[in-house]
Ligand binder design. Structure first.
Ligand code: NOJ
Ligand code: CA
Length: 560
């Protein structure tokens, strides 16, 4: 049963081919280099890799500006190399999902070139045009402060074209049935090259009505169903993981009430409130976000993340809460971006404090959903704030203390390798951490391994427990006759709680610690007195370790 819906209990790892490993020595990561790191990924225990864009592109937005959907950018290799890679990943039981960037193309895509040059071209209507500058051209920018408008005059077409993102990313007219058919064709093509699905970029914008007349854009959710349907006809176990930073009340529109739309979505709501919890040492708003995002079809899953390749978007927090996170994790203007977020990596935000980094990751791994690790975070990589916008957190992977972190032999890496200082490759690198039993890397490996042994998190039902302490967060999952319980101390001081595991009968008497020998037995009231060190966390299994013998194929209603 568990394997059918593989994404329900998976561990994702996100990377960009460009900055992972350069095998041919031109300074740019490539598929041949990535292939050589597959055993590393396998050892880390991740079960799926999400590749950021690698298709032919002028690379003005890290590949989110595609000029040919049916090819690999020659800097990274060939389609042949790509298939070698998906095959090698498959041999190790690692699935590959790739970005599907179809809200817009590059302005260098032949479709756009033809569309602007020839009003009678079949591609003209693949984009969004307006003779006059629409009155709302100065609104709706996704990159405020950098992007000036959403409509730009094109002197060749002699019309304005719409772009939700940068001006070199003209929006596709996704309501045009020909465009829709082409999107399906793109999905079909990559499925055939061995991928298990897509991280779909900018979903709310893809399905939105567009154009000068669309004053109040509306989401066309039925598009999601037809994409999912097509994908599953072609390959039953492939998925779409949607990037949709939307309010909880529309979540079900994306998942589909019958579970017939997106299999997965990133949980932006939980992400932002998780950072608030870390900044304010207060779990209550996080609990609210968890409850608000709880309803979903049984086959649907949340993707949980701490940091990704974009800024940490805090736009959904109240102004007061946002300020608390900014003050704690990104006080300087150069750390902030687009008037709503923080562009740093996780480790520098948490001042390299192992206790807090572990706490953050332990939370991510135990909240309801499937964890998505950002490459480099497993060794605690830092950022380079001298690089523009979001590039600061996209520097090359630090493999060793060899020149340029072992990323490339070229002295001109595609982006500077972080050098010197507390996060420089000389200190922070995979090879060094491999040799240190207590390193972040080995910690991550252990936590990934344990997470996979706790399918209750991905599959079960959760309950937030009353700790009577706003700084100590506790939750329990129940699934197939078993329960697991997690406790996180968000405070910089040790805390003691008196916890009722909330399980009827005497099953909650024993809490077996999964990460250390510090087990807990209930007192005569059936409650547990737990002393948790500063930023400490506990993973408990309720009852004994014979849980696998107790696991049943059917839900008995009561757990244990
Ligand atoms: C969202 C991606 O995560 C981001 O990196 C990109 O710039 C935009 N979509 C545009 O494709
Ligand atoms: Ca290369």
């Amino acid at each position: 049963m568990i394997n059918d819906l593989w994404y329900k209990n998976a561990v994702f790892y996100c990377l960009s081919v460009e900055t992972y490993m350069d095998a041919n020595g031109d300074g740019i990561g490539d598929f041949a280099g990535l292939m050589r790191r597959l055993d590393y990924l396998h050892g880390l225990g991740v079960t799926a890799v999400w590749l950021m864009p690698f298709q032919t592109s002028p690379w003005r937005d890290s590949g989110y500006d595609i000029a040919d959907y049916y090819n690999v950018d020659s800097r990274f290799g060939t389609l042949g190399d790509f298939v070698e890679f998906t095959h090698a990943a498959k041999q190790r039981g690692i699935r590959v999902i790739i970005d599907l960037v179809v809200n817009h193309t590059s302005d260098e895509h032949p479709w756009f070139k033809e569309a602007r040059a020839d009003p009678s071209s079949r591609y003209r209507d693949w984009y969004i045009w307006s003779k006059k500058k629409p009155p709302n051209a100065q609104s709706g920018m996704v990159f405020p402060g950098v992007q000036k408008s959403t409509w730009t005059y094109d002197s060749v077409a002699r019309q304005y074209y719409f772009h939700r993102f940068y001006d070199f990313q003209p929006d596709l007219n996704t309501s045009n049935p020909h465009v829709h058919a082409e999107i399906l064709k793109i999905m079909g093509f990559w499925i055939q090259q061995g991928v298990s699905g897509f991280r779909m970029d900018a979903v709310p914008f893809v399905i939105s009505t567009k154009g000068a007349k669309a004053r109040k854009p509306a989401e066309q959710y039925d598009m999601l169903r037809s994409m999912r349907e097509f994908l599953q006809w072609r390959q039953g176990d492939s998925i779409i993981l949607a990037e949709a930073n939307v309010l909880p009340e529309t979540d079900m529109e994306y998942f589909g009430a019958d579970g017939d739309r997106m299999q997965m979505m990133f949980n932006f709501q939980v992400n932002q409130h998780l950072f608030y919890a870390l900044a304010a040492s207060d779990w209550r708003p996080l609990a609210k976000a968890l409850k608000a995002t709880k309803p979903r079809p049984a086959t649907a899953q949340w993707g949980l993340f701490l940091r990704n390749h974009d800024e940490l978007d805090l736009g959904r927090l109240s102004p007061e809460h946002r300020k608390i996170v900014f003050d704690a994790f990104g006080p300087d203007p150069e750390m902030q971006l687009y008037q709503r977020g923080i562009r740093r990596r996780l480790a520098p935000m948490l001042e390299g404090d192992r206790r807090r980094i572990e706490l953050a990751y332990s939370l991510m791994f135990t909240l309801p959903g499937t964890p998505v690790i950002r490459y480099g975070d497993e060794i605690g990589m830092g950022d380079d704030l001298s690089l523009r916008e979001r590039t600061c957190a996209r520097t090359p992977m630090q493999w060793s203390d060899e020149p340029r972190g072992g990323f490339t032999k070229s002295d001109k890496p595609v982006l500077p390798v972080i050098t010197g200082g507390p996060f420089g490759y000389e200190h922070v690198n995979a090879a060094k951490q491999r040799r240190d039993a207590n390193s972040m890397l080995n910690w991550t490996e252990r936590i990934v391994r344990m997470r996979k042994e706790v399918p209750e998190i991905g599959w079960g039902d959760f309950e937030i427990l009353q700790t009577r302490d706003t700084r100590v967060f506790a939750m329990r999952y129940d699934w197939r006759n078993n329960s697991v319980l997690f406790v996180h101390n968000l405070d910089s001081r040790p805390r003691e709680i008196y916890l009722d595991p909330g399980i009827p009968g005497d099953a909650g008497q024993l809490l077996v610690n999964l990460l250390s020998d510090d087990h807990s037995r209930a007192d005569e009231n059936g409650k547990h007195r737990l002393l948790i060190e500063a930023y400490g966390y506990r993973w408990y299994r309720v009852g004994g370790l014979d849980y696998l013998l107790r696991r049943s194929d059917v839900e008995s209603g009561v757990s244990r």
